[in-house]
Ligand binder design. Structure first.
Ligand SMILES: *Cc1c(COP(=O)(O)O)cnc(C)c1O
Length: 377
């Protein structure tokens, strides 16, 4: 049996080696390393894939979130709502810009922000909501967009984990994750649904004015060379990464289907177990299974992880500490117990290996060992 990894990028590469190698060598041959043709091609292709008007590529997903926030013209003290159960970058950029991150709890079934918590957190200072489409399914965007409209707020989607997922509106209309808010951000970190071979990210918007501002901010705040109209940053996707991504984009749908197959296998193996709650997909979204995350009931999680490791099966905890309990984000506004769902999840979740290259032998090995081990934990 092939060694089991959380993510197996090498096996995936071997299947598309020719396309990737050709793309990378083409960039080197043309020596167009920065803002080259491949970056332009990839941006166009992803615009078509998503059905979004503007794609602005940047250096990584964290930069994407930061630049998106910078484009809104917010002032210190303005409040930005983020779920407390997410990767740190979502709130980090809010704090970094001198804005006030406001934490909200998440929904137990979907891991995404809880609408009632959002509604309660809105004040006259609230300027934006950042829903995170965690683990690959969309947050309840119809409800978020309605709240945003009612209170005149910006919506910035954190779509770093949900590339390729679709949202299903009540009237049956479908939209890609990352095309519903004023702005959306994604990451092309190697392990993401659409990953490059280093760092990369992108910003999506249908708003012409915001697109122009975002493009300027990502390029030192300039439109005309050496004339700087706003304070910006230097954040760009390099051409080699764009070549990798452009070669992988045509495979994204099949990669998502492979992830869904793995999830279906796990669901079948773990359904109706008294110590395991399998992931639930809300009826308003498809699920691209960036992560496959179980909730454990009355289980010694540390022991389970140690025993799985003895069998050479990696498992991870996404995420062990909610943002409001992180040392860097200690704040007199929050204390333990304030966000009970996020706190409970952080103590009971476990994520299993999830990628496009898992085979039946590996899946059987993982699930059989997991069931054996959990019986004693
Ligand atoms: C990966 C990720 C980011 C950051 O992306 P980077 O490219 O690593 O900077 C932000 N938010 C979420 C939810 C992520 O999963």
């Amino acid at each position: 049996m092939k060694a089991i990894q959380m993510v197996d990028l090498h096996s995936q590469y071997l299947k598309i080696k020719q396309e990737i190698d050709y793309g990378i060598f083409h960039v080197i041959e043309t020596s167009s390393f920065v803002k080259g043709g491949k970056v332009v091609d990839f941006q166009k292709n992803i615009e078509i894939y998503l059905g979004v008007k503007h794609v602005i590529s940047v250096a990584n997903g964290t930069d994407a979130l930061q630049i998106a926030l910078m484009s809104l013209g917010l002032k210190p003290g303005d409040e930005v709502i983020t779920p407390t159960f997410t990767f740190i970058a979502t709130a980090e950029v809010v704090a970094l810009l001198g804005l006030t991150p406001v934490a909200v709890d998440v929904d137990y079934d979907t891991f995404c922000l809880d609408i009632q918590s959002v509604e309660k957190a809105i004040t006259p200072k609230t300027k934006a909501i950042v829903p995170v489409h965690l683990f690959g399914q969309n947050a309840n965007m119809e409800a978020v967009l309605n709240l945003a409209k009612k209170h005149n707020l910006f919506v910035i989607e954190d779509a770093c984990q949900s590339m390729g997922s679709e949202y299903i509106f009540k009237d049956g209309a479908k939209k890609h994750s990352g095309t519903m808010g004023n702005i959306a951000c994604t990451s092309f970190f190697p392990s993401k649904n659409l990953g490059c071979y280093g760092d990369g990210g992108a910003i999506f918007t249908n708003d012409d004015e915001l697109a122009e501002k975002i493009t300027m901010i990502a390029n030192h705040g300039m439109k005309v060379r050496y004339h700087h109209d706003v304070v910006g940053v230097n954040s760009r996707l390099d051409s080699i990464q764009a070549a990798v991504l452009d070669a992988k984009l045509p495979h994204l749908n099949s990669y998502i289907a492979a992830r869904q197959d793995v999830a279906n296998f796990y669901n079948g193996a773990f359904a109706n177990h008294k110590k395991i709650i399998i992931p639930k997909t809300a009826d308003f979204t498809t699920h691209s299974f960036h992560q496959y995350t179980l909730k454990l009931i009355d289980t010694d999680r540390d022991r389970l992880i140690a025993e799985m490791q003895k069998k050479n099966i990696p498992v991870m905890i996404y995420y062990p500490v909610p943002l409001h309990l992180q040392k860097a984000y200690q704040d007199e506004r929050y204390k333990g117990g304030d966000f009970p769902v996020a706190e409970k999840l952080s103590k009971t979740v476990v994520s299993l290996p999830m990628h496009t290259e898992l085979d039946t032998e590996q899946l059987n090995y993982i699930s059989e060992n997991f069931l054996k081990i959990i019986a004693d934990c």
